[in-house]
Design a binder for this molecule. Structure first.
Ligand code: PMP
Length: 356
């Protein structure tokens, strides 16, 4: 078996021990004589899997009791619709901070349902930073304010959260959930596609404060109403059963690693190794503003397309995969989620050195 260091932005690398556990349980899950994939979602065995996944999620993230944890489908992109459909029901107004192209897509989708204000955007800087936030530009009676806590394509993240007062803060945390300690109480709603730090694509986790449930616009489809899923413990219809099972294994792995606090320290160390190299390099240039650098996606450029292709080729040859940057930024993007071992980061930096 040959495994590479996989720097893909998502779907992305998973802990090897999680994959091995899934492999060992693939054909016969705990003596049931079947795979989790083949099991009724209404069975007792599956019920214990989803119940445990939720309990672990609550434990590792410190989710208070007045929040629901939902396992949905449709990716983070479906949340771009579900959030406004469910929350834009009081004033019909919301604020969106546009710090990247996913943030912009979320904002544009919300425009279909209400009056959307953009208090800050870094688009004119090609999203190389988190825009400065001026509280006086926030809408006082907004139903919520939306941010993207980590901008996967551009390699930026919020290091401090906006103070929204009584306005619920809604966050797309797809690419940095569980990578650093967060205070869930600061948020009205958090959502994340699973395919970076949680598990395989196909499952989306939503963490929502209970008082925000049950206020959807009348035209909201049943499947897009948080109340439908909250009332049925994510079992209104067939949930993405296998994905939830893998998420459970990933959460167990996080606990084994010492929890999110410990992982955050490791993530800071991993990111620092690459950023320190970039700061001293004459050839490779980091693209994100230093103050906003992501711990999960490190973006940098080389002086020409030719050198960029050469770098990627050499990396591939050494088992360092999927380093090509997103087409909107170009260059290189190294996604170093929780499951990327520090050895992978060190191998990358030694290639950067040798290449330079
Ligand atoms: N938001 C962010 C921050 C992302 O990185 C992505 C891409 N993974 C999305 C939203 C879209 O996610 P999905 O493909 O799960 O709809």
């Amino acid at each position: 078996m040959k495994r590479i260091y996989n720097f893909a932005a998502g779907p992305s690398t998973l802990p090897l021990s999680v994959l091995e556990k899934a492999q060992s349980e693939l054909l016969d899950y705990k003596g049931t004589g079947m795979s989790v994939m083949e099991m009724s979602h209404r069975s007792k065995t599956y019920d214990s899997i989803i119940t445990e996944a939720e309990a672990l999620m609550r434990e590792v993230m410190g989710i208070p009791a007045n929040y629901k944890v939902l396992f949905l489908q449709g990716g983070a992109t479906m949340q771009f619709s579900m959030v406004p459909l469910n929350l834009l029901s009081k004033s019909g107004k919301a604020d969106y901070i546009v710090s990247g192209s996913f943030a912009k897509k979320a904002m544009q989708e919300a425009q279909r349902y209400g009056q959307i204000n953009v208090p800050a955007t870094s688009e004119s800087e090609n999203f190389s930073c988190i825009p400065d936030l001026d509280k006086s530009k926030f809408t006082k009676d907004a139903d919520y304010l939306h941010i993207t806590t980590n901008n996967t394509i551009y390699g930026t993240r919020y290091t401090t959260l906006p103070d929204t007062g009584n306005v619920p803060l809604v966050a797309d945390m797809s690419s940095n959930i569980l990578s650093e300690v967060i205070d869930v109480k600061r948020f009205g709603l958090i959502y994340a596609g699973a395919q970076k730090n949680l598990g395989p694509s196909g499952t989306t986790v939503v963490i929502i404060r209970e008082d925000l449930i049950g206020k959807a616009l009348d035209s909201t489809p049943t499947m897009l109403n948080y109340k439908t899923h909250a009332d049925n413990n994510s079992m209104y219809n067939t949930p993405p059963t296998y994905g939830i099972y893998i998420i459970k294994l990933v959460l167990e792995w996080i606990k084994e690693q010492g929890g999110v606090e410990k992982l955050q320290k490791i993530n800071e160390k991993k990111a620092k190794i690459i950023y320190d190299y970039l700061d001293g390099s004459k050839l490779l240039k980091g693209t994100a503003a230093k103050k906003d650098r992501s711990l999960m996606n490190v973006t940098f450029t080389l002086p020409s397309d030719e050198l960029t292709s050469q770098f990627i080729k050499q990396a591939d040859a050494q088992g360092l995969g999927s380093l090509k940057g997103h087409r909107l930024v170009g260059g290189i993007r190294a996604s170093i989620y929780n499951a990327m071992p520090i050895e992978g980061v060190k191998s990358l930096v030694s290639l950067m050195e040798k290449f330079e």
